[in-house]
Every structure is written in structure tokens, then in C-alpha cells.
Design a protein around this ligand. Structure first.
Ligand code: ADP
Ligand code: MG
Length: 554
């Protein structure tokens, strides 16, 4: 005859529970994610077992997770019809920690070194125990698939737990029911709208449908349908499905400009479903420049704060679903994981590759993308040194030769004049004013194209002395413009043949007249019509950059 047993938690569990309440997770919402994740795992395990033992499913073949709220009693229930647990399994799963390395990990946490050691925390699950962040008593009633017995586990998380047989009529027909008696300050977790919001945003894409029972006696209402779009074959997904998904994940109502869906296999396994929006998201220029890619681990949402992409790709919306990252890691810690670093690299390369492909195959579509997001992408020119060349290839500019269209650097270089050694640009706030500048006269006369840079960000990357295809970027306002190297066309108006001594006398006169107002006065090939213009020194900030620095009070 089996009866109630009181057992002591394994020492490590007690330590873990203590830690749970005091430190590891700063965000209590995650307990629901952990419970749903366990429920979904249980359903997936049953799904797998039933392949060889279909009788396990009985007449209840459809997996399901039910969340039931009882606000009056401050109770919350998460129930599944998955594989369930036997008595021994319960004691094992909810009383010990199976994973190795736990003790070492705990010691480090207790020594205050947890955040340095992200590898260790990933090696064991702390999922279930997170319920004690919000509940002062938890009951788990479970009936294993194929068994005619049920058991009840109960604990306040303070050192001991009880296990006792449970009458079948109080247990789920199959699977596990977790009942949380919520703490006073966590009672809002029993309100239906809070639960629905959390379940959808954290676990809306777990592969098991989720229903919500809003109060005792109410009918269950479906809140998530259990299909994860990104795990399906690309060829089986309709464009409308992608669009719907894009809208729900991006909160936009337009069509995506580009859809990137792939699965990486090999050293790391992950799926990516990402979109370049068809218009600018409203938060694109927020101060914090946060990305909005979501991170999933095996279809369980982890965080949208993982910086899956570099900041200059923050306009991309979507998700990464990793098969290898540990599920039970706090957000802060996942950020540091070397696995994530390698995912970040892979996804960044794919997104840039996709942009390059669009640029090559559909110039019009790419021009739209560039108009919306070029300003943001250009931040990468000074933030991502390694990919600068790649980003320069993606960059588009207005120029003295582009008309209303955009000009890529490959085309610019292909059209360089004989003797021309640099890529010339002029930076300013306003394109029309730039085009009217006398600085351009000598370039125009020689048919040399000049890029017209009008975004504030331009002044930052051009000062990092980038090169493209071996050609340096050079401001037309800066020093001697190397114009003499390029011949004037035959029919151009030739300057009068002043003698060098005339020029020297004139320069000396101007210098004395202006005194300290200028650092130097030089003869130059840059003008063909105007008599004089102001230029910046050869070394030092270009004129536009100087203005920006002045505006910033430097
Ligand atoms: P993990 O999910 O990483 O294994 P958890 O702490 O979340 O760690 O859960 C511990 C164990 O408890 C699980 O591995 C599983 O064996 C068992 N368990 C928890 N919830 C359920 C459930 N709803 N159904 C069946 N088993 C469960
Ligand atoms: Mg778990």
C-alpha cells in the first residue's frame, strides 16, 4: 500500500531554489514559459513514444496545453495531455538535478561569479523550479501515459516535498497538471488577459495548441494553434502565410520587401525566418537602436533582446530558432554565449547575402529597400570593420551623375576618368545646395563624378578613411583635389595663361588681407568659373564633419 511520503530536496535543489528566488532570473514572467515549455516537451515525448506504441494515445490523440485561471483563489493551472510522470520519475525530475556540473555552477553563483560563467548555467535545467518565484505552494498531479495510477507532488519550495497517490478522478486522464498557489504579489498572473498576453508572446509558437480557461467552469478558448511556421518546408508555405506571420511578428501592416527563410545545419543547427519590412518601422531611430529579432530555442521563445543581428540591421524583423542553445538560461547570460555569437555571424551573413542578391537581381526593389534603410545600413560602415567592403558594395548614393536614381560604387569605379585615383564625394545637408557649389566646377569640367552625401551618418564613415576596390574616398572640399591628374577635355575653356609669379603675388595679397581668418591660400585646379572657394585642410575633418562637430558643441 502506497501512502504519503515526505522527502527532502537534494541539497543542490535547495540551493538552487534559494538562488532562484534571490538572483538568477530577474524576470518572473519566465515561469509561464518554462511550464508551457515542459508541457510541450511532454506532448512531444508522447508523440515520439506513440510512433511505436500507438495505444498510448487512446482516444485522446491531439496534443493540447490548457491554462486555467482562478483569480478569486489566486490559482493558476497549466495542464497537458503529454507523457506524464510515474511516482519515481516525479521524485527524480522534481526533487533532484540530473545534470552534471551543477555543484560547480552553484558554487560559482554563490561566490558571485555567475555572470562570468555562462557555459555552466546552460548545462542544467532550472526550468520547473522557477515556479517558486511566483508561488508559495505548487501541486503537480500526473498520470503517466498507459498507467492506471496517478500521483500528487506538493511543495512550498522550502526544503521538502510530498508525494502521494492521487485518486484518478482528481487527476488528468493522461499527462500532468501543475497547480500554482500564487504569492500575494504575483496574484496578477491569474488574470486571463495577462496570461493570454504572456502565453502568446512567449510561447505562441510552441508546436502544441494552447487553450485558456478564463475562470472556473468556463469553456476553454484557443489562444495559439500550435504550428510553427518556420519549421515547415519553404516550398509548402504560401506567400500569404509569410505575410501574415510577418505582420504578427513585426506589427506592421504592409508587405515585406524581402523574406529570408532558411535552415542552417552542420556544426550548429538553427532556423531563421526574417523579413526586411516594406516600410520604416516607427522605432527605427530610437536612441537605443535595439534590434527586434526574436530568439527561440526548439520553438520556445527565449528573448527578443539577444542582439541576433548587429545594430545596423535593426530594421530586420523575425526570429532565429536554435536547436543547440540551452533553454534555461537567463537573457543576460544567453547574450554572452559563444553559440549565440556563431549564430549571429551566420545570420548576419545570410541577411547581407540576401540584400546583395536583391541588389543584383531586382534593382528597383533594392532601391526601395535602400531608400528606407540605407541610412541605418551605413552605420555598419563605421561599426563593422570586417564587413565594410561588403557593406560598401551594398551602399547606394546620389551623385552628380545619378540623376534621380541611385549609384553603386562598382558603377562609379567603372566610370572613373583616366588619371583619376580617388572616389570623390561632397558632404552637406542638402543635395541642391551641394550641386550648386563652386567646389564642383573643376570636377564637372573634367566629367568626374562626385558622390553627394547628405545623411549625417556619411560624415562619420568617410572620415574612417575607407577604400573601395583599392580607391580612397576623398572630399572635394579637402586640400588639393588631385584634379591636375585628370586632363580637361579638348573643348573645355582653358584658363588664361598667367605666369607663376603673377599667381604668387596674388596669393600673397590674399593671405595678407585675410590674415588669421584662413590657414593658407593656394592656387587650385578645382575652379573653372568661380574665382575662389573655401576648402578644408588636407588632414583634419572635412567641412561637413567640422560643421557637425561644431553643432555638437565640440
Ligand atoms: P528541463 O525541462 O530542462 O528538463 P525542468 O526543470 O523544466 O528541466 O523540468 C525537469 C523535468 O521534470 C523534465 O525534464 C521532465 O522530466 C519533468 N517534467 C516537468 N514538467 C513536466 C510535464 N508537464 N510533464 C512531464 N514531465 C515533466
Ligand atoms: Mg523545462
Amino acid at each position: 500500500e502506497q501512502k504519503t511520503e515526505t522527502r527532502t530536496f537534494e541539497a543542490d535543489v535547495s540551493r538552487l531554489l534559494h538562488m532562484m528566488v534571490h538572483s538568477v532570473y530577474s524576470d518572473r514572467d519566465v515561469f509561464l514559459r518554462e511550464l508551457i515549455s515542459n508541457a510541450a516537451d511532454a506532448c512531444e515525448k508522447l508523440r515520439f513514444e506513440a510512433v511505436s506504441r500507438p495505444e498510448l494515445l487512446g482516444d485522446d490523440a491531439k496534443p493540447r496545453i490548457t491554462i486555467a485561471a482562478d483569480a478569486d483563489n489566486k490559482e493558476l493551472v497549466v495542464e497537458d495531455n503529454g507523457i506524464g510522470m510515474s511516482r519515481d520519475e516525479m521524485a527524480e525530475a522534481l526533487g533532484t538535478i540530473a545534470r552534471s556540473g551543477t555543484r560547480a555552477f552553484l558554487e560559482r553563483v554563490e561566490a558571485g561569479k555567475a555572470t562570468e560563467d555562462t557555459q555552466l548555467i546552460g548545462q542544467f535545467g532550472v526550468g520547473f523550479y522557477s515556479v517558486f518565484m511566483v508561488a508559495d505552494r505548487v501541486d503537480v498531479i500526473s498520470r503517466q501515459a498507459g498507467s492506471d495510477e496517478a500521483f500528487r507532488w506538493s511543495s512550498d519550495g522550502k526544503g521538502t516535498y510530498e508525494i502521494a497517490p492521487a485518486p484518478l478522478e482528481t487527476a488528468p486522464g493522461r499527462g500532468t497538471r501543475v497547480v500554482l498557489h500564487l504569492m500575494e504579489d504575483a496574484s496578477s498572473y491569474a488574470t486571463p488577459y495577462r496570461l493570454e498576453g504572456l502565453a502568446k508572446s512567449q510561447s505562441g509558437h510552441v508546436p502544441v495548441p494552447i487553450a485558456l480557461v478564463e475562470k472556473p467552469g468556463a469553456e476553454p478558448r484557443d489562444i495559439a494553434d500550435g504550428t510553427a511556421l518556420w519549421v515547415r518546408q519553404k516550398s509548402e508555405i504560401k506567400p500569404e502565410e509569410y505575410t501574415d506571420f510577418y505582420r504578427s511578428i513585426a506589427g506592421q501592416y504592409d508587405e515585406p520587401a524581402s523574406t529570408i527563410h532558411f535552415r542552417a545545419e552542420g556544426r550548429q543547427e538553427y532556423s531563421v525566418l526574417a523579413f526586411v519590412p516594406g516600410s520604416r518601422p516607427f522605432d527605427l531611430f530610437d536612441q537605443d537602436r535595439k534590434g527586434r529579432m526574436k530568439l527561440y530555442v526548439r520553438r520556445v521563445f527565449i528573448t527578443d533582446d539577444a542582439d541576433v543581428l548587429p545594430r545596423y540591421l535593426r530594421f530586420v524583423r523575425g526570429l532565429v530558432d536554435s536547436a543547440d542553445l540551452p533553454l534555461n538560461v537567463s537573457r543576460e547570460m544567453i547574450q554572452e554565449s559563444p553559440l549565440l555569437a556563431s549564430i549571429r555571424k551566420g545570420v548576419t551573413n545570410r541577411v547581407l547575402g540576401d540584400l546583395a542578391k536583391t541588389a543584383e537581381n531586382d534593382a528597383e526593389a533594392y532601391a526601395k529597400i535602400w531608400e528606407n534603410f540605407g541610412v541605418v545600413l551605413k552605420e555598419g560602415l563605421y561599426e563593422d570593420y570586417e564587413r565594410r567592403e561588403q557593406l560598401l558594395k551594398l551602399a547606394r548614393f546620389h551623385s552628380t551623375a545619378s540623376g534621380e536614381g541611385w549609384r553603386g560604387l562598382a558603377d562609379y569605379v567603372g566610370a572613373m576618368k583616366e588619371g583619376q585615383k580617388a572616389i570623390f564625394f561632397m558632404a552637406g545637408d542638402d543635395r541642391a545646395r551641394l550641386e550648386a557649389s563652386p567646389q564642383l566646377e573643376g570636377f564637372r569640367a573634367r566629367g568626374i563624378e562626385v558622390l553627394l552625401l547628405t545623411d549625417p551618418v556619411d560624415s562619420f564613415w568617410v572620415t574612417m578613411a575607407p577604400e573601395f576596390d583599392g580607391k580612397p574616398f576623398k572630399s572635394v572640399t579637402q586640400g588639393a583635389a588631385e584634379l591636375a591628374d585628370v586632363a580637361l577635355p579638348e573643348n573645355a575653356a582653358k584658363p588664361d595663361a598667367e605666369t607663376p609669379s603673377d599667381i604668387a603675388t596674388f596669393l600673397a595679397f590674399v593671405k595678407t588681407t585675410l590674415g588669421d581668418e584662413v590657414s593658407d591660400v593656394k592656387a587650385s585646379d578645382r575652379l573653372t568659373e568661380s574665382a575662389v572657394c573655401l576648402v578644408a585642410p588636407e588632414h583634419g575633418p572635412d567641412r561637413q564633419f567640422e560643421r557637425l562637430l561644431n553643432a555638437a558643441g565640440r
